[in-house]
Design a binder for this molecule. Structure first.
Ligand code: CJB
Length: 820
């Protein structure tokens, strides 16, 4: 264990020296940020030894390795998590205490690296944690965006996006690896040249622009096992020799273009989640990191192996959604044009190496690139995709003669567009969804044609989350209590949580458990007071919905229900009502108008309700600014109710739902995504389920038959709430402010159906479920039992389980062992 080798005095000395050498200061003079840097560098010292040891082991054993390709890694802060996984958290805390430094405050100085939007990016981060913890060799490959997810400010109730310069003071954990830099080429033309010796055509890209991809490596530490994997994120620079040359040739414009390309390419993460914007720069980003990662991967492989035809024996590439699908064509390009393989040989290797994970069925998220843009930017890659498509269509035709409709539906290139999901499925040796229901919908609805033709590729891998960050780090009180009760095996084997079931009937254990939740609610209440200036009652029900703002996630339903409750309390002040704090946290993509209107609505409702003395604080509404990994940990720990209320069939899995469960908050949700499996584990009596089923939703979508006007005109409570959107109640008399939200419920807009997400349809059943929550919460011990059952039954939702399934069914990796 690291902790055994941890020497307190040496560590303290190191921190002091770092401050002296870096800043010419004493501890007393140093700023918080400087102390954070000094502590992190001291921690990195130890990490490096294990990082080297892991690399040496990989060099020696040559294990099969996964390259997890992702446009997003939503890592969150590293210091605390690294200390936890080094099993040195408590010792370092003690050492710093002795120096008069508070570790929590030091952790708060770390920028929260947000190189991801939401679920997909955070899943990638949890997967890296689990891979290292389980001792599997892995590289995460991504982009070192200068600006990650924006910081959210709320001004006058509106979201304002502020750039997050997370690298301003440097990132103490990263290491720049100039020696692995690679050139990435864009544009130009492809000249075909016949080589009489090899009797092959050579494809030569000319007149291109290029950038230099420079990798930065970050350590990914396994829990207590000394394994340190690598997250490799690529920065872009202008190729200096090249542009000097261009300057000399007088080609000034080209040189400047290349300089600009390098600056632009890694500048910013696209803030669209579950939505494809079709921007050329995004395609450049995708090719940039894929090409660099694959070039580096091949160099590494060839150090030990001389036959690239066997690449798949040592390497597997997982494509996190379609964003990295260019890996298919780039690998073909490198194998054919650089390594000299024949098409069939290259295809054989590629289709045994790449695998694809689908994360959504939302049509607007499907990546389709216009052919003209694509072929201009990536001429050789486009040729390769054309050839893949030509051969694939031949196969479809021979399998389904005469079925041209099917050919049209399945083609990779069609109607002037390149369909990335089709390319990923055709080339991938595995296609997986992220929860059982989602995978079934892929097989039988969205990807039915592909499933019919190649059922063997399809499989499910229900998502998971890491208990190291979301319980050990985020909720130390509960983590310690669990360890006291069942030992610490749960840290690397979450299924052991089931041993907590026996405490469900133990009043003393339940009382302790309840007290921990209360302490965590106090912590969140302080946070809310500090950052929102709102007093909330920690004895009220903390009812929480935190996630990206998206129509299908239905924050709108939640706030409409709050408006409905408020009407009820105003109408019947004498009515029994258990005090509730409705807590929201959500970022909206900068260009997503309706999502931003919803944020404004939540804040407006909060203003009206929180300032209405007549309701005696029975309802409070809080919108937490800048929801991100670091405050998420505090929020999950304090939640009583986990709102997972997406329109059934739309949320592929969800992972927030699992984090709430781990922290003892029962789910109030629809039968969507992984909620279905959560209910299966915890029992329906320990959750609050409502709403249309996914079959019902899909049936309405396909066959019609739902008219929200029927509800609007027949349910007076609902009509009243909906009308309040346009009667000025929440907009100081402005009847237009929420007109678009109102219209979205009751009026058809062009192609868009009214109430596309079935908010009015599910409203009553949601309100009933909320009533059941209130009833259940009144029984304090009964509630604690439900909450504890959620903790006890969360074992399945560890990303350790998910990763083990990927390894067993898809990747077939070798283990590594690193001795201390
Ligand atoms: N997801 O976060 C994203 N971004 C996308 O572009 C598409 C999907 C989410 O991925 C998560 C991880 O698999 C899922 O849990 C979530 O349901 C899905 O919306």
């Amino acid at each position: 264990m690291y902790s055994k080798r941890f020497e307190k005095e040496a560590f303290k000395e190191e921190v002091k020296n770092n401050i002296k050498n870096l800043y010419r200061k004493t501890i007393e003079e140093a700023t918080g940020r400087q102390i954070f840097q000094a502590v992190s560098l001291a921690v990195k010292e130890t990490i490096i030894d294990y990082w080297l040891a892991t690399q040496a082991e990989m060099e020696k054993e040559d294990p099969k390795t996964v390259y997890y390709m992702s446009m997003e890694f939503l890592m969150g802060r590293a210091l605390g998590n690294n200390l936890i996984n080094m099993t040195a958290y408590k010792e370092v805390k003690e050492a710093l205490d002795e120096m008069g430094i508070d570790l929590n405050a030091v952790e708060d100085e770390e920028p929260d690296p947000a190189l991801g939007n939401g679920g997909l990016g955070r899943l990638a981060a949890c997967f890296l944690d689990s891979l290292a913890t389980l001792g599997y060799p892995a590289y995460g490959c991504g982009i070192r965006y200068r600006y990650g997810m924006f910081k959210q400010k709320i001004e006058n109730g509106y979201q304002v996006e502020v750039p997050d310069n997370w690298l301003k003071d440097g990132n103490p954990f990263e290491i720049r690896r100039d020696e692995y830099a690679k050139e990435v080429r864009f544009g130009g033309d492809v000249r075909i040249e016949y080589d009489p010796v090899t009797k092959r055509n050579n494809f030569i890209q000319e007149n291109y622009s290029s950038v230099l991809a420079v990798p930065y490596d970050m350590p990914i530490i396994g829990y207590g096992n000394h394994v340190v994997n690598t997250l490799r994120i690529w920065d872009a620079e202008a190729i200096t020799d090249f542009h000097l040359d261009a300057f000399n040739r007088g080609d000034y414009r080209h040189a400047v273009e290349q300089e600009n390309l390098a600056k632009m390419i890694v500048d910013v993460l696209y803030p669209c989640d579950d939505h494809y914007a079709g921007k050329e720069l995004r395609l450049k980003q995708q090719y940039f990191f894929i090409s660099a990662s694959l070039q580096a991967l091949l160099v590494r492989y060839k150090k030990k192996h001389d036959d690239v035809r066997k690449l798949h024996e040592k390497v597997t590439i997982q494509m996190n959604d379609t964003h990295p699908t260019l890996a298919v064509a780039e690998l073909m390009h490198l194998l054919i044009d650089q390594e000299g393989l024949e098409w069939d040989e290259a295809w054989d290797v590629t289709t045994k190496t790449v695998a694809y994970t689908n994360h959504t069925i939302m049509a607007e998220a499907l990546e389709k690139w216009p052919v003209d843009l694509f072929s201009r930017l990536l001429p050789r890659i486009y040729q390769i995709i054309q050839e893949i498509d030509r051969r694939f269509i031949e196969q479809v035709r021979s399998r389904y003669p005469g079925d041209e409709g099917r050919v049209a539906r399945m083609a990779i290139i069609r109607d002037g567009q390149v369909k990335m999901a089709h390319l990923a499925i055709v080339a991938g040796y595995s296609v997986n969804g992220v929860a059982r229901l989602h995978t079934e919908i892929l097989k039988h609805e969205e990807l039915k044609d592909f499933y019919d033709m190649m059922p063997e590729k399809f499989n499910n891998k229900t998502n998971g989350i890491t208990q190291r960050r979301f319980l050990m780090h985020g909720n130390p009180l509960l983590a310690d209590w669990v360890t006291k009760r069942i030992g610490d095996g749960w840290i690397t084997d979450l299924s052991q949580m089931s041993r907590l079931k026996k405490y469900v009937d133990d009043p003393k254990a339940l009382a302790e458990f309840r007290e921990i939740k209360y302490q965590n609610k106090l912590r969140l209440a302080e946070y809310i007071k500090k950052y929102n200036g709102i007093e909330v009652d920690p004895r009220s029900i903390f009812d929480v919905q935190v996630k990206r703002l998206h129509e299908y996630k239905r924050q709108f339903l939640n706030i409409l229900h709050v408006m409905y409750l408020y009407n009820q309390i105003k109408d019947h002040p004498e009515m029994y009502f258990y005090p509730r704090t409705f807590i929201f946290g959500a970022k909206a993509a900068a260009g997503y108008v309706r999502a931003k209107e919803t944020i404004k609505l939540i804040n407006s409702v909060a203003d009206v309700i929180n300032n209405d003395k007549s309701i005696n604080g029975k309802i409070k509404v809080v919108f937490i600014e800048d929801y991100r990994v670091s405050n998420a940990e505090i929020i999950f720990a304090a939640a009583d109710v986990s709102e997972q209320i997406s329109t059934a069939s739309k949320e592929a899995s969800g992972t927030g739902n699992m984090k709430f469960m781990l922290n003892g908050a029962p789910t109030l949700g629809t039968m969507d995504g992984a909620n279905v499996e959560i209910v299966e584990e915890v029992g329906i009596e320990n959750a609050f389920i409502f709403g249309l089923s996914s079959d019902e939703v899909i049936n309405f979508e396909n066959n019609g038959g739902y008219n929200p006007a029927d509800i609007y005109f027949n349910d007076w409570d609902i009509k009243r709430v909906v009308d309040q959107l346009i009667d000025g109640t929440y907009s100081n008399g402005d009847r237009e402010m929420y007109r678009d939200l109102y219209d979205s419920l009751v009026n058809t807009h062009g192609q868009e159906r009214a109430d596309r997400y079935f908010i009015l349809k599910d409203f009553r059943s949601y309100a009933d479920a909320q009533k059941r929550v209130e009833e259940a919460y009144k029984d304090r011990e009964g509630w604690a039992k439900k909450a504890l059952m959620n903790v006890a039954c969360c074992g399945k939702f560890s990303s350790d389980r998910t990763i083990q399934e990927y390894v067993d069914d898809i990747w077939h990796l070798d283990h590594i062992k690193v001795d201390a």
